[in-house]
Design a protein around this ligand. Structure first.
Ligand SMILES: [Mn+2]
Length: 325
């Protein structure tokens, strides 16, 4: 395969989980760590253990720094959090990583819930229904405007850009999910592809990369941008550092997270665009239905859509004459 199919993992995964991932024909993983794991020695040990299963970690995520309320909302103590982020970048670089995750979502991904919905084939899946009013609820002390959020992002960029450039590490910046202007009283940084262009214009250090979440593009539809043209443009500009490959039933104000073959978008056309554009980096299915404990839980739930995605990539490579079989 030309892209790096990845599955998200934690450092304490069981040996049989790692073996299961290897048996899927997956060779790359996205490592999610806790703050107390930001240590070169520890990360090297994890890398060696994963190597025994033929797995190479290619993307490093630390949730506390990835979705950091103090940085995102520009609260007191932000300089200390930015210092921690820079420390994280230095450790990541020394441990062999070139990409770390960032998502400007101080309250996380917003969903109405996880349930069996009409288009989930009986699977428990995340869905969003604006009609329930949950997205209007103010979750912080006050409303933070889109303008303020951009000022905070600029402050962050000034604070981390030089270190990231020096270390050769880029951020995989995820869109806001769902991609609407305000989520629970917080302005969204990235809810249209034009917002990425705005971020690139501020980025003097070439440290802003795109975590191209097809799911978010599709949730927003044309309001977000044209997914095909945006893939072509961002890959050609070498901005795409990670891809989330998933489909949804429709656009905001209502969508369910579905199997790739069931959602409204033609995922094969999107895959062909990624292949044709020459994208070679990490790609993962992002979300799956809630798994069954007796079938491997979350990892088990990732197996089918991951295999389906690999099949599409292979078919696209054959159709485009990049491989024979
Ligand atoms: Mn995503």
């Amino acid at each position: 395969m030309s892209m790096q199919t990845t599955v998200p993992v934690m450092s304490r995964m069981k040996d049989e989980d790692l073996a299961f991932i290897r048996e899927m024909g997956v060779e790359h993983v996205e490592l999610n760590i806790k703050e107390d794991e930001i240590d070169v020695g520890h990360l090297n040990e994890v890398r060696e253990r994963f190597a025994q299963y033929g797995l190479t970690p290619v993307l490093l995520s630390c949730n506390a720094l990835q979705k950091n309320k103090i940085i995102d909302l520009g609260l007191e103590g932000k300089d200390e959090e930015i210092r921690k982020f820079n420390e994280f970048v230095k450790v990541a670089a020394e441990a062999g990583y070139h990409t770390v995750s960032v998502a400007w979502q101080p309250n996380g991904i917003h969903r109405s819930g996880r349930a069996v919905r009409p288009q989930t084939r009986g699977g428990v899946s995340a869905y969003f229904d604006a009609a329930d009013g949950s997205i209007e609820e103010i979750k912080n002390d006050r409303v933070y405007t889109v303008d303020e959020i951009w000022k905070n992002f600029e402050y962050f960029l000034e604070g981390v850009g030089p270190t990231m450039q020096e270390c050769g590490v880029r951020m995989a910046l995820h869109p806001n999910d769902p991609p609407v202007e305000y989520v629970c009283g917080v302005g969204s940084l990235i809810y249209r592809s034009d917002d990425y262009r705005r971020a690139f214009a501020l980025d003097k250090w070439d440290c802003v990369g795109v975590k191209l979440c097809i799911g978010c593009w599709l949730e927003g539809g044309e309001q977000f941008g044209n997914v095909i043209k945006d893939i072509e443009e961002f890959v050609a500009a070498d901005k795409v550092v990670s891809v989330h490959f998933r489909n949804v039933s429709g656009t905001v104000p209502y969508f369910e997270e579905t199997l790739d073959e069931d959602g409204y978008a033609n995922m094969y056309e999107i895959m062909k665009t990624l292949v044709r554009s020459g994208y070679k980096g990490p790609i993962s299915v992002d979300h799956a239905f809630k798994g069954y404990e007796s079938f491997g839980g979350m990892l088990g739930a990732f197996a089918y859509p991951t295999g389906h995605m690999k099949g599409m990539e292979r078919a696209a490579e054959i159709e485009l004459g990049l491989r024979d079989r």
